[in-house]
Design a protein around this ligand. Structure first.
Ligand code: NAD
Ligand code: ZN
Length: 341
């Protein structure tokens, strides 16, 4: 089968012919139809510090996918060949205190598809039956291939009540833009999205942002006045990983505001602690998606009219993966789909 791989330590990727995986007794073999490129895949391609400390080549990369079941192991019941599925790319131990306590997304023994084990950017993927998410009735394949990042957006955007609230989202990457659509769908009063990339800000507008603001040029305080906000934002979703964006957010939050942190900030990022304390802000770190409550919510939201299709800006045949990665790395795209069939 074809597979996009990190062959050896260092920058770059390659498409290679490799042996297709064989499902074990509790596993499902999936023929991949579409995949989408994540920031994590970009880190692995560019071989940054995180990638060099985490990835052990040779490794098939990728974890955002939709496919069709072609074979199931002997212990697998209720999943059948021909069914369209996506899947949770975090494999958990099932035995630790968090797993047994129903907090599987916080399992400290998590292994990632396309990070710590063979990934989905290939013609076939093997996944434990517990990680397979059936999509029935059908949804558009491109949308299903984005379930993983949509799950990050849903898990973050639903963490605090946004109904009737003024929401600030810092970072108009694919996840920030999807979060904007979710907050509007969930009844926020206004959703302001910030970025410094005009292409991404235009995407945020298409995804339903009330205002999409270039913070390298325009002021958040002016926007608050323009929207008739007297007090500040009620809910903040940090989705840029940029320390300046978080500082700016803390500045414009209303007292008692709640902030969910998804963006991966540098470990030495500074914040104004006195502002956090005197404003009585709540800050909550967010990791992954809930297994499988978030998957359930995602399916219901999409069937209830949540439209994330504007975030899918480009499609390439899998063979043109290099072109797709270059475009992703330019910042001039939303989600990019690779087609495998
Ligand atoms: P992305 O890198 O595509 O988007 C981040 C956006 O932030 C970019 O468009 C960038 O231009 C913008 N940005 C940069 N500086 C800014 C500033 N000062 N103010 C506002 N925006 C600014 O990322 P993504 O794929 O949309 O993911 C969002 C974040 O979530 C990333 O930091 C990613 O690493 C992180 N993430 C975390 C988890 C988790 O489990 N915690 C999971 C997935 C992604
Ligand atoms: Zn566990």
């Amino acid at each position: 089968m074809r597979a996009i791989m990190k062959e050896k330590a260092g920058p770059g990727l390659a498409m290679k012919e490799v042996e297709a995986p064989v499902p074990g007794p509790d596993e499902v073999l999936i023929r991949i139809l579409r995949t989408s490129i994540c920031g994590t895949d970009v880190h692995i391609d560019l071989w940054d510090k995180w990638a060099s400390q985490t990835i052990e080549p040779p490794l098939v990369i990728g974890h955002e996918f939709v496919g069709e079941i072609v074979e199931t192991g002997e212990h697998v019941k209720g999943l059948n060949p021909g069914e369209i599925v996506s899947g949770e790319g975090h494999l958990v131990c099932g035995e630790c205190r968090n797993c047994l306590g129903g907090r599987m997304h916080l399992c400290p023994h998590t292994k990632g598809v396309g990070v710590n084990r063979q990934g989905a950017f290939a013609d076939f993927l093997c996944l434990p039956k517990t990680n397979v998410w059936r999509v029935n009735p059908p949804l558009p394949l491109d949308v299903v291939s984005c379930f993983d990042p949509l799950g990050n957006a849903v898990h973050t955007a639903t963490h605090f009540d946004v109904l009737g609230e003024d929401v600030l989202i810092t970072g108009a990457g694919p996840i920030g833009c999807m979060a904007a659509a979710i907050c509007r769908h969930a009844g926020a009063r206004s959703v302001v999205v910030t970025d410094v990339n005009p292409y991404r800000l235009e995407l945020a507008r298409k995804m339903g942002a009330t205002v999409a603001l270039d913070v390298s040029k325009d002021s958040l305080l002016e926007t608050e006045k323009f929207l008739g906000m007297k007090e500040g934002f009620d809910v903040g979703l940090e989705m840029s990983g940029n320390p300046q964006a978080l500082s700016q957010m803390i500045e414009v939050m209303f007292s008692g505001g709640r902030i969910a942190l998804l963006g991966i900030l540098p470990s030495d990022a500074q914040v104004d602690w006195t502002r956090i304390i005197f404003k009585g802000l709540t800050l909550k770190g967010i990791y992954g998606r809930k297994m499988y409550e978030t998957w359930y919510k995602m399916s219901v939201l999409l069937r209830g009219g949540l439209d994330i299709q504007p975030i899918i800006t480009h499609r390439f045949p899998a063979e043109s993966w290099r072109e797709a990665f270059d475009l992703m790395e330019s910042g001039q795209s939303g989600k990019i789909i690779l087609e495998w069939n």
